[in-house]
Design a protein around this ligand. Structure first.
Ligand code: AMP
Length: 181
């Protein structure tokens, strides 16, 4: 990355574009909406730079995008870094599955799957998602990647919600959040 890039200014720009939607998808939940960031050309470029920056300290071979907003962000990051993108998908979407992992949600559970034949054993992976809340999604994605013989070099998210302590679920894996709320 060029030393002329001002990541502080990028962070301020993204913070100003991020939209908080009260009571979605249910009463009492504050939903952090990235569509207002992604729709802005400067916002998308700034977000991509910020999510890519940790790679300077933690070199990676592949980007993993977590369904669904992690696909949008992960594709931009992969393109910026000159890397490929592997999607971690919700159950039932992939025609060929290497591994699956179930995890608890606030109500019920969910299953994530990693596609077969696309993640090289020993690859160093950068995981990308929009929001880290309880950390269940990110932890399950890490476990899937590791089950396939790759290493999680770092996780990047646009927003961390520290009150939910999702970081504790990540068992010391390096997490970089652009913003917290
Ligand atoms: P969790 O597994 O609890 O960390 O939830 C993370 C996933 O749910 C992320 O992929 C987010 O897209 C989504 N999510 C959870 N809470 C919020 C929130 N308050 N605002 C926006 N997205 C959220």
């Amino acid at each position: 990355m060029s030393p002329a890039v001002d990541l502080g200014a990028d962070r301020d720009l993204v913070a100003g574009l991020l939209r908080e939607v009260p009571d979605f998808p249910q009463p009492g939940i504050r939903f952090w909406d990235l569509t207002t960031v992604l729709a802005d050309a400067r916002g998308l470029a700034a977000t991509t730079r910020l999510l890519s920056a940790p790679v300077a300290e933690h070199p990676v071979d592949v980007v993993i995008g977590i369904e669904a907003r992690g696909f949008l962000l992960g594709a931009a990051v992969a393109q910026a870094l000159g890397l490929g993108l592997v999607p971690v998908r919700k159950q039932g979407k992939l025609p060929a599955v290497a591994a699956a992992r179930s995890y608890d949600l606030e109500y019920g559970s969910a299953t994530l799957e990693l596609p077969a034949g696309v993640l090289a054993p020993g690859a160093r992976a950068l995981l990308v998602d929009d929001v880290l809340a309880t950390g269940g999604t990110a932890a399950a994605a890490c476990e899937l990647v590791e089950e396939c013989g790759a290493t999680v070099t770092s996780l990047v998210v646009v927003l961390e919600l520290p009150a939910l302590d999702g970081r504790a679920r990540l068992a010391g894996r390096p997490l970089h959040a652009v913003l917290d709320r």
